[in-house]
Design a protein around this ligand. Sequence first.
Ligand code: HEC
Ligand code: HEC
Length: 413
Amino acid sequence: MAFVDSTRVVVADSFGGRLAVVDCVAGSKTAEYRLPIHNVRDMTVGNDERLYLTCQRLNPKGYADREDIHWGIFMENEILAVDVALLIGGAGQRALNPERIALGGPGEGAGDPEAVLVTPEKLVVTLAGTGELAIVERVGVRESRVATGGRPLDVIQDEVSNRVFVVNSLSDSVSIVDLNGNRLIDTISLGPSPPSGMVERGEAAFFSAKLSHESWMSCHSCHTDGHTNNGLADTLGDGDFGDAKRVPTLRGVWSTGPWAWNGSQHQLHGQIQKSLTSTLHAAEIGDELVTDLTAYVTKLERPPSVAVARGAGPHPTIEYQSREVFEAAGCSACHNGFTSYTTDDVFDVGLRDDHGNSRFNPPSLSGVSQRDRLFHDGRANSIEDVLIRFEHPKGAALSEAERKSLVEFLQAL
Ligand code: HEC
Ligand code: HEC
C-alpha cells in the first residue's frame, strides 16, 4: 500500500498483479488495474510523481529451459514506474503505459526484487532471492550490486550520510551500505541466530534464487509465500513444452497427492526434486536439500476460505444443505471431503490441453474461493464459471438452485 496523494492510496494484490486506487475520505475504490505482472512486493512514490513498484513477470509462452531463463524470456525481475496522475485518473490499462526498468540480465538474474527506495539519483532495491542490494543509477545500464545478508526485506535511507540500512530477515542482521560509493560499510548482528533445523533450512532454500540457473528465480517467485502467483508457467511438468499450467498453491499440499496436474508424481519429495531440476535447473541437488524443502513445504497450512479469512465463518444451515447437494451431485467421487476435497486418481472431465492430455488429478477444493483462475490452464474465472460456463463435470445437469448451493458450499471450504 502506498499513499499517492493526501487522500488516496494504491493497494497491490499480494500475489498477482492487480492494483486498486482507494479514496480514503470517500471510503471507496475508484480505479482498478490488472497488470501482467505478479509479486508486487513494495511501492513508493518518487519526486517525479511516479509510483515505483517491484514486481516479476512470468511469460506463459516461455519455457523453463536454460535458454529462455538466460535471456529473461521466462521470468523477469523489474521495477515498474507508473505515472501517478494517470493511475488515479482511472486511465485505461493501455494508457498507463508504465516504464519497465529491468533488473539483472543474461548471466546474472535478479531473483525476487522486494523493497524499493527512490532517491533523486538512484533506485535502490533489495533482491530478497540473491541476498543483495541492487542500485540503479541510469535506466538501461546494468545495476550495481552489493552483497547484504539472507533475504533482505526492507531498506531505509539516512539522507544526511547518504547511507542505507537493509534488514536481512534470514540472517538476523542489518547491513549498512554507503550510496556514495555503493559499498558495504558494516553489518550489525541483531543477536545470535538460532540453530537451524530442516524446516528453517528448507525455508531458506525456498526463498533462495541462488539455487536457480543464473539466479533468476526462487520457488517463491511462482509459489508466492508458499501460495501461488496465479500465473501460468510451462515448467515441463507434463513432460512436454507448449502447455503452460496454472501454478498450484502449495498451502496444504502435503495432503493432496499425487502431485502435478497429471498426477504423475506420487511422492512429494519426488515432485520437489523435479521442480529443482526442471524448473530452477539447480546446479547441485543433494538429498538434504530435497528433504529440507519437503519439510518446509509440508508445514505450509491450508488456506482458509475468503469468508473465514475475513472473519465471517460459514453459515451452519447453508453449509449443511449445500453439503447434501455436493454429495448428491457426485462431486465427492473425485473431490472427497476426507482427503482435502481431492482423490488420488486422474479423470477426464472433458477439458483438454494443446497436447490432447485430458486426464488430470482433481485439484483440492480447500480454499478454492481464494483462486480467481481455475482449471489446469486458468480457463475459468470463477466457481460460477466452472459450473455454469463449463458445466463441470462434463455437462453436468444441475438445476439453478443446485448450482447456487454448490457455489455457496465451495466458497465456504
Ligand atoms: C516458474 C514457476 C515455478 C517455480 C519457480 C516453481 N514452481 Fe512449483 N509448480 C509450478 C507449476 C506451473 C506447477 C504445476 C506443473 C504441472 O503440474 O504441470 C508446479 C507444481 C509444483 C508442485 C506440485 C503441486 C501440486 O499440487 O500438484 C510442488 C510441490 C511444487 N511445484 C514445488 C515447487 C518448489 C519446492 C519449487 C522450488 C524448488 C518450485 N515449485 C518452483 C511453477 C513453479
Ligand atoms: C470425475 C471426477 C470429477 C467429478 C465428479 C467432479 N470433479 Fe471437479 N474437477 C475434476 C478434475 C479432474 C478437475 C481439474 C480439471 C482441469 O483442470 O482440467 C476438477 C476441477 C474442479 C474445480 C476447479 C478447481 C481449480 O482449482 O481449478 C472445481 C471448482 C470443481 N472441480 C468442483 C466440482 C464440483 C462442485 C463437482 C460436483 C458438481 C465436481 N467438481 C465434480 C474432477 C471431478
